[in-house]
Design a protein around this ligand. Structure first.
Ligand SMILES: [Fe+2]
Length: 272
């Protein structure tokens, strides 16, 4: 497995390099995704170690981080966007890339290949399917957490007004700073909002806070707090009625979640 993982790293580096171009605007996107891949790979590994998974499973988690956004590169080269709704779902596209181009898929055991594909497929969906269980659920949750933690890093600098202008085109906000009433309502109630109804920059920022409720492990949430990602988003919210109620609820939730231990024995016992 270790040797296989090494070969996969080499393949992925070469694959990402194929997308290097002279077009500076395209390169901004490619660079962000290449860096994000590196960070998510390292975080997935670290989280798996924190959860005391076996060395095999730690390596499998690393592999998931490595390939989770492989579809982003083909997506950008074909559609020139990272917006799934304006192109195609980048996780599903990633699975196609792996099946068609990654020469080592056949070297994985059937169970590992299933877990890898499952976690990648559901890393970006609104929810993991309700019938997910056992190791599928564990790895899908692990990868979603690793990805979210790094997305906060990627997005954080663009909260600063002086950096906002340097944001790549695909990250630029559309309109006003205020949050739409239905998003405030969901935030105050501690509920998820309908992301398709995103309208303003304020809505986008608020959604980043709603992600907190979808973080699976206290470990991940603690890192988000320690690195100041959550406070920074809160600091950049507009002063609107209902926002403070949502913020108070959010901190109470975070405190509780961080105090609980991350116990994975239930997933491991229940083999799929
Ligand atoms: Fe992704």
């Amino acid at each position: 497995m270790k040797e296989l993982l090494r070969k996969m790293h080499t393949w992925m580096t070469g694959y990402m390099n194929q997308f290097v171009t002279d077009d500076e605007e395209v390169m901004q996107g490619i660079r962000i995704k290449t860096e994000h891949t590196g960070y998510v790979t390292a975080i997935a590994r670290e989280l798996a170690q924190h959860l005391s998974l076996s060395e095999h499973d730690v390596q499998l988690a690393e592999m998931m981080g490595l390939f989770h956004d492989v579809g982003r590169f083909r997506q950008y080269s074909i559609y020139k966007t990272f917006n799934d709704s304006q192109s195609e779902d980048h996780a599903d596209l990633g699975l196609k890339v792996l099946a068609e181009e990654m020469p080592y898929m056949g070297d994985l055991s059937a169970e590992d290949a299933d877990l890898l594909c499952y976690a990648i497929k559901y890393h970006n969906k609104k929810e993991i399917p309700a019938d997910a269980a056992g190791r599928r659920l564990l790895f899908a949750r692990l990868l979603r957490d690793a990805d979210k933690l790094d997305i906060y890093r990627v997005l954080s600098p663009f909260l600063d007004p002086e950096k906002a202008d340097q944001a790549p085109r695909f990250m630029k906000a559309k309109s006003t700073d205020l949050i739409s009433p239905e998003f405030i309502k969901a935030f105050a109630a501690g509920e998820q909002a309908d992301y398709r109804k995103l309208k303003t920059l304020g809505d986008r920022r608020l959604v980043r806070l709603l992600w907190v409720y979808d973080v699976n492990f206290g470990w991940t949430l603690k890192k988000m707090v320690e690195r100041g990602y959550i406070q920074k988003v809160i600091d950049h919210l507009p002063e609107q009625e209902g926002v403070q109620t949502g913020v108070d609820r959010l901190w109470a939730y975070i405190e509780k979640k961080c105090a609980a231990a991350d116990d994975v024995s239930a997933y491991i016992k229940e083999r799929i």
